[in-house]
Design a protein around this ligand. Structure first.
Ligand code: BEZ
Length: 394
């Protein structure tokens, strides 16, 4: 049997397209299969901005963010759109709190260890420099100047255009995969539109990961968050915020962790996006997601804005949700690995799953392409190679 493709990429979101772009550059004959349409709002996030940040409590994550920077620079050269507004990252709050994103003290240690520049801040300094108010005196913070708001729509559109121009790449949307059959050294992949033979598979369908890997008889233990987000009108047009995250203890069902963005010209320019980094109730599976945010989560966000931010209306407008699959691994690392060894030709099946990875998009594309074509990458993926622990066989 002859193969139609060297690699089939399952998932045509940002990371799938970035993977295809790197495969195309290496002249691999590549097919991208997307279950919805390209540039949709149904993947892991809705809304068009994401945070790029370097602070993480683990040095290997800081290293990954640093390694991602040149790949963003490279992608920026391919488009006239501005992909990143470098307003910096502000992390602040209770230094003892360990949140879903980490811990301020540990992040400072990791930044120091890797010689990443940042400034430590007191509560008073945060209020004076960054427009927050009424912060408890015990709060501390750090500002890291390389943080940015990512223009994610432009990122996806740029990647899509690069893939469209590359003769090695075929793009198919509205093509959900419903069968994967190992045949000798190859795989047969069946979608609603056809059947294709490939040597290798790169699986990157975001939160829909289990619906694809189920076809190879394994799954990942994950929880799904349908996260709320909203835009708040600027009452002071001159006000500007960095990208920020506040670490606080939860109060009952109010997770009490919030994050926000600067106002940017690509995304409701007169508004600022602020969102809760918690969900009151996790959902069972991606298909249970709704595009309507939880009103109580938005109410807690408004309350926090009223109490602690300046220059903003406190009524949410332009609301959206984003869907995220989180592994049950403490700290919710990304999972990058080959399929488990009971899958035939498992070394020819590479996948990325779970966690917040938009900020790594072009770099993760390179890692996935190298793993698919070479079976290894120069970047140390050992902290992410967690399949042995977290893949479950049916
Ligand atoms: C992140 O940078 O990964 C992130 C920021 C805010 C909320 C969730 C994730």
């Amino acid at each position: 049997m002859n193969k139609d493709y060297d690699v089939i990429v399952i998932g045509g979101g940002a990371i799938g397209l970035a993977t295809a772009q790197h495969l195309g550059k290496r002249k691999a004959k590549t097919l991208v299969l997307e279950q919805f349409t390209f540039v949709n709002q149904l993947g892991s996030s809705a809304g068009v901005s994401r945070q790029f940040r370097i602070p993480y409590p683990d040095e290997y994550m800081v290293q990954m963010a640093l390694d991602a920077e040149p790949y963003w620079d490279e992608l920026q050269k391919q488009t006239d759109a501005t992909l990143m507004d470098k307003v910096g990252t502000l992390w602040f709050g209770d230094p003892e709190v360990h949140s879903t994103e980490g811990n301020i003290k540990e992040a400072e240690e990791a930044l120091k260890a890797l010689n990443v520049p940042y400034t430590s801040l007191t509560a008073k300094e945060i209020e004076e420099k960054y427009h927050f108010k009424n912060l408890p005196e015990t709060y501390t913070g750090l500002f890291q100047p390389d943080g940015a708001s990512i223009n994610f729509k432009a990122t996806i559109e740029t990647l899509l255009e690069l893939c469209q121009k590359d003769e090695n790449i075929t793009l198919e949307d509205n093509s959900p995969v419903f069968k994967i059959t190992p045949i000798g050294d190859l795989f047969e992949i069946t979608t609603t539109n056809g059947t294709y033979i490939t040597e290798k598979i790169a699986i990157v369908p975001g939160p829909y990961i289990n619906s694809v890997i189920n076809l190879l008889d394994f799954k990942i233990e994950a929880t799904y968050w349908n996260m709320s987000s909203a835009y708040f009108k600027k009452t002071d047009p001159s006000i500007q915020y960095p990208t920020w995250f506040v670490f606080q203890n939860s109060i009952g069902e109010n997770g009490n962790q919030f994050y926000g963005f600067p106002s940017v010209d690509w995304d409701h320019p007169e508004y600022i996006r602020v969102a809760p980094d918690f969900v009151i109730e996790a959902i069972e599976e991606p298909n249970d997601r709704t595009l309507i945010p939880n009103s109580q989560e938005l109410a807690y966000t408004s309350e926090w804005i009223k109490e602690h931010m300046t220059g903003l209306s406190t009524e949410p407008e332009y609301t959206s949700t984003c869907l995220i699959a989180l592994s049950k691994i403490p700290n919710k690392e990304l999972l990058i690995d080959f399929a488990p060894s009971y899958v035939p030709n498992y070394k020819n099946v590479v996948l990325y799953a779970t966690g917040w990875a938009a900020k790594f998009t072009p770099f993760l594309g390179k890692i996935m392409a190298d793993l698919a074509l070479d079976g290894h990458t120069d970047f140390d993926i050992s902290p992410f190679q967690l399949g042995g622990k977290f893949f479950k066989r049916f």
